[in-house]
Design a protein around this ligand. Structure first.
Ligand SMILES: Cc1cc2nc3c(=O)[nH]c(=O)nc-3n(C[C@H](O)[C@H](O)[C@H](O)COP(=O)(O)O)c2cc1C
Ligand SMILES: Nc1ncnc2c1ncn2[C@@H]1O[C@H](COP(=O)(O)OP(=O)(O)OP(=O)(O)O)[C@@H](O)[C@H]1O
Length: 294
């Protein structure tokens, strides 16, 4: 997959001039709703022998328009790029979302970012919005496509338990600690990447302490103890993750892979959250933790 990082106003020399079928949206989490949209886009592209592309934005519009600082993602950009590639996207357009892009009228967005990028067919969900004050919607897209050289396909609402599958809903599920529900909405467990540091500072505790620093921008579950799957290169094992969720105390991780790591070395890990282990109040976590990992 080729990735094009573009900013407003678009410079013709920076993108390919070739017709394609494009999925549009922010796509945080690349959840089951997004997956159904991407599959449909791929089918249309294959049928018409055109390239399969997607457009996303960075950062999230709310960071720019609503000044939401410290916004957390299910899939920060690097992971979203991995997931899009796994879906077979040929070209991904990552548009820098800033105030000048946000102030574009819907008609200008169509001119510059749909027709300008040579999209012949676009695929959006039933609730897709775009353009200044989010004035552009599906009705508008269907209307303008009649007078222009592009088609529009709209994906109907994908729901779980009668509720629309959305990034906002999944972020809430994660924040509430209900990580076991995530696969029903994302099709797989919540996955984060981070670095583990084995500290020898706590020698009196006899056991090395394994602090984990999850890469910036990932949303993490509520404080608690979680059963996780840990991956380090091609090794994998089950383990436990203590999420303190406090700026004073780093989160901790334990598992066979971690015990094998040498002290002081930072190792990159992938952590999949399986379920929360019911425990009582926060102060008990560290003592109970040692018993659980025996
Ligand atoms: C050109 C453009 C301008 C936008 N301007 C606004 C805006 O003024 N206010 C707003 O709330 N969202 C704005 N958005 C964000 C969209 O409403 C929407 O969140 C974004 O396109 C991602 O779509 P999705 O959330 O349906 O995936 C804009 C998006 C685009 C592409
Ligand atoms: N459940 C769904 N069913 C069908 N289409 C969807 C669904 N969720 C998102 N889409 C479509 O996928 C694209 C990307 O959507 P977007 O990133 O806004 O997802 P979202 O989950 O609705 O996010 P948020 O919760 O932040 O509004 C848009 O075209 C949107 O309409």
């Amino acid at each position: 997959m080729e990735v094009f990082h573009l900013a407003h106003p678009l410079k013709e020399s920076l993108y390919p001039r070739e017709p394609h079928v494009m999925a549009l949206g922010f796509f945080d989490g690349v959840h089951l709703g997004h997956q159904s949209l991407l599959k449909q886009t791929k089918r249309i592209a294959e049928k018409n022998k055109l390239k399969f592309t997607a457009m996303t934005f960075d950062p999230h519009p709310n960071e720019v328009i609503k000044w939401e600082k410290d916004l957390r993602y299910l899939t920060p950009l690097a992971l979203k790029i991995e997931r899009m590639a796994a879906f077979g996207v040929d070209k991904l357009f990552v548009i820098k979302f800033n105030l000048s892009l946000a102030s574009l009228q819907p008609s200008d967005f169509i001119k510059q970012y749909v027709l300008g990028l040579q999209a012949k067919h676009i695929v959006v969900g039933f609730d897709f919005t775009f353009g200044n004050k989010a004035q552009g919607n599906v009705d508008y897209l269907q209307k303008v496509s009649k007078n222009n050289a592009f088609d529009v396909t709209v994906i109907s609402k994908q729901a779980q338990n009668g509720e629309k599958i959305s990034s906002t809903l999944i972020r809430k599920i994660v924040r509430d600690g209900d990580v076991h529900l995530v696969p029903y909405y994302m099709g797989h467990q919540l996955e984060v990447k981070g670095f583990v540091y084995i500290s020898n500072r706590h020698k009196h505790e006899k056991k090395k302490k394994s602090e984990i620093h999850i890469e910036n921008k990932y949303i993490l579950p509520a404080p608690g103890v979680y059963r996780v799957e840990i991956k380090n290169g091609n090794k994998a094992c089950q383990g436990l993750f203590i999420r303190y969720g406090s700026s004073k105390r780093n989160d901790e991780i334990s598992g066979q892979i971690i015990e094998m790591l040498k002290g002081g070395v930072a190792e990159e890990l992938t952590v999949k959250f399986l379920n929360k282990i019911p425990f009582g109040s926060m102060p008990e976590y560290s003592s109970n933790f040692k018993e659980v990992i025996k």
